[in-house]
Design a protein around this ligand. Structure first.
Ligand code: WT7
Length: 670
């Protein structure tokens, strides 16, 4: 039985073969403060209940009402076309994401409202109004058209957190190009793999990014990547740092040469509701990263709605989500959601603890941030740095706090609530995934009683449940699998270029059949408490959550065995106070290779090069054999137990060589 202690605070991967149980019980409860409720969009449990009743009576009609809040060129003919497991939302409707984020606000006073407030790591600040951002997006759109980018083409974006990244995304959306944002921390190899899988024709990048006071070269990494990317025709390069780069004639162009002089007038493309808006790669339990495909109308509908409701956005908010645009949170809740709502979005370029651990609080104070959305791993690192840092700052502008990415341990929740929120600010713990596109389970801050550690209940319009393997619903506090039982507007449509994998990864656990109509399986284990709150226990597959980001252990293992000295590798997670999980790699070396500290370090570097620094194992343990079943499958469950508790006590009868366990236990004491 996989279990989780109330104190550890970190999610451990639960085992699929057993029932999942969780011993965590949390009794503290926080009702929305009256001062917050006074002007909240949804200001009472009763109001939320009636919204929920409306959605339960007819989820499709409920989402249709939400879609009407967007700007459409042509209305839809049918709200939902569901042919399991493929959904089409707002069929026949045409719209444009950049129009919804920008043009829509230009008719009134929001034209001169700040859309983006950007702060560079070195302290420079740039503010752009909706009108200015619109002008920049139109110029970039015209530049892309001039480079030959056509509707339906894929454009890769490999950049840091600068306003031009947002501009590039919206410019793609404007002309109907599908963007593929690749996190700026990824290595050349990872960039190449994503470009080739998506078939991108243009790569937008920058000379270098600023990070922790130094410079990270992106253009040179992009150069290495595109050496084997036959689909790339042009690279568009922003000069952010003024560093020397090589520009390949005919292929590479400077942003300032082609964008700055372009016309600020651009007629937006009228795109089908199901037009692909973006592909974003995420890790899976097997093989290479999955290109999650999101389309336009449904995605925008749910993202706009959830941003307004969950963050209770008000016209005068300064909204700050600390996520990088390289992840789904950056797509939905830095760019599309807040801009569709006409919000003022704070964007910060660098790392949260540079030059000192109070950088975030300094930003909150100077820019009067009112809504702050971050990840548990960041909260734990703020905690570790000590409360003296936030105490130096006036945080009275804050009115709402949010978290996402992994289960938040109650201790971190309480710290966030008291030290940052001063007990005044509700906390929205939001559960969702790259695949879900938008928030699915979350409190509404003016209406929901929160408890530290739970994302509470599904939002109106979302039908989620915790079920047993046979599909029956679990009882109170019984661990099970989290499923979504009804299609939702912002759901992924497929895995780019691999619909079979889409079906296998999400729809094979609870297939369409006699017992049920086929459900989406999230990959998460969860339990419901007696109030109906959903508590996420962790992933049940071979995916680990490190610092709020999903990493596929298979991917890291394949990077490890690509080193000629390595024979076999198995990667598992162990709980970590700050990162949630740390990665432990068990490695066997080839005959004649000597295991050493130097080899371990060189393997860590190798993984960094193959995937990126986030995937580097925290620990490498050399062993002469890995525990396997007789059919040759590595028993990761045993390795997980070894790294978590120091011994493997579960069922070991299927083990091929029982002596292996004894030897594995002893290596960790070395
Ligand atoms: C996985 C999705 C969605 C943006 C960030 C991560 C875990 C996410 C929570 C939460 C408990 C959470 C789940 C999920 N997760 N939010 N509030 N409480 N767990 O996106 O990389 O697609 O990862 O993150 O395990 O399945 P992602």
């Amino acid at each position: 039985m996989a279990s989780r202690s109330a104190k550890s605070g970190a999610a451990t991967s639960a085992d699929t073969s057993d029932r999942i149980s969780s011993v965590l019980q949390e009794h503290r409860a926080f009702a929305p403060p009256a001062s917050f409720r006074a002007r909240a969009h949804v200001s009472s449990a009763r109001q939320l209940a009636s919204l929920r009743a409306e959605a339960e009576a007819d989820p499709v009609a409920f989402w249709q009402e939400r879609a009407k809040e967007l700007a459409w060129f042509r209305p839809w003919k049918k709200v939902l076309d569901w042919k399991h497991p493929h959904a089409r939302w707002f069929v026949g409707g045409t719209t444009n994401a950049s129009v919804n984020c920008l043009d829509r606000h230009l008719g009134g006073w929001r034209r001169t409202k700040a859309a983006l407030i950007w702060e560079g790591e070195m302290g420079e600040v740039r503010t752009m109004t909706y009108q200015q951002l619109h002008g920049q997006v139109c110029k970039a759109a015209n530049a892309l058209l001039k480079l030959g980018v056509q509707r339906g083409d894929v454009v890769a974006i490999y950049m840091g957190m600068v306003p031009e990244t947002v501009i590039a995304m919206l410019a793609c959306a404007r002309i109907g190009a599908t963007h593929n944002v690749i996190f700026g921390g990824f290595s050349s190899e990872a960039v190449r793999e994503r470009i080739n899988d998506s078939g991108a024709v243009v790569l937008i990048t920058q000379d270098a990014a600023v990070r922790r006071g130094s410079i990270v070269e992106l253009k040179s990494a992009a150069d290495v990547a595109v050496k084997k990317c036959p689909s790339i025709r042009h690279m568009l390069v922003l000069s952010r740092c003024g560093v020397q780069v090589t520009m390949k004639r005919g292929r590479d162009l400077w942003w300032h040469d082609v964008v700055d002089g372009a016309s600020p007038v651009n007629e937006p493309a009228q795109l089908d509701s199901e037009h692909p808006l973006f592909i974003l790669y995420t890790s899976g339990s097997t093989g290479k990263p999955k290109g999650i495909l999101h389309t336009t109308g449904g995605y925008l509908t749910q993202v706009a709605y959830t941003t307004r409701m969950v963050f209770d956005l008000q016209e005068d908010d300064v909204y700050f989500c600390t996520a990088d645009v390289g992840w789904i949170t950056g797509h939905s809740y830095v760019v599309y959601g807040p801009l569709m709502n006409g919000a003022t979005v704070m964007i910060y370029e660098g790392v949260p603890n540079y030059p000192a651990p109070d950088r975030m609080w300094d930003i909150v104070e100077r820019h009067a941030v009112s809504v702050f959305y971050t990840a548990p791993t960041a909260i734990r690192s703020f905690m570790k740095a000590g409360q003296a840092w936030p105490e130096r700052h006036d945080l009275s502008s804050l009115r709402l706090l949010g978290t996402v990415g992994e289960p938040i341990n109650p201790e971190a929740w309480m710290w966030y609530h008291s030290v940052i929120g001063k007990g005044r600010c509700p906390i929205v713990d939001t559960w969702w995934q790259t695949e879900t596109g938008a928030i699915m389970i979350s409190p509404l801050p003016g209406a929901t009683t929160t408890r530290p550690g739970t994302a509470t209940v599904p939002l109106p319009g979302i039908v989620a449940d915790v079920v047993r393997k046979d599909g029956t619903s679990c009882g109170p506090n019984e661990g099970g699998l989290l499923v979504i039982k009804h299609p939702w507007p912002s759901m992924l449509r497929t895995i780019h270029g691999n619909d079979e994998r889409y079906k296998a990864a999400y729809w094979s656990e609870f297939p369409k059949g006699r017992r049920h109509p086929g459900w989406y399986f999230t990959g998460d284990g969860a339990r419901r408490d007696r109030y109906g709150n959903i508590w996420i226990i962790g992933r049940v597959d071979d995916v680990v959550n490190v610092s709020g980001h999903r990493l596929g252990t298979a991917e890291i293992e394949s990077a490890l065995v690509s080193d000629p000295r390595v024979a076999e590798a198995a990667v598992v997670a162990r709980p970590d106070d700050i990162k949630g999980n740390a990665l432990v790699a068990f490695v066997t070396v080839k005959v004649g290779v000597k295991a050493s500290g130097a080899l371990a370090e060189s393997l860590r570097q190798h993984v960094g090069k193959e995937i990126g620094p986030i995937a580097k194992p925290d620990e490498i343990r050399f062993t002469d054999a890995l525990p396997k079943t007789r059919s040759g499958k590595i028993m990761r469950r045993l390795l997980r137990e070894i790294v978590t508790s120091g011994s493997a006590t579960g069922d070991v009868t299927t083990l091929e060589d029982s002596g292996v366990l004894e030897r594995l236990r002893s290596i960790e004491e070395e």
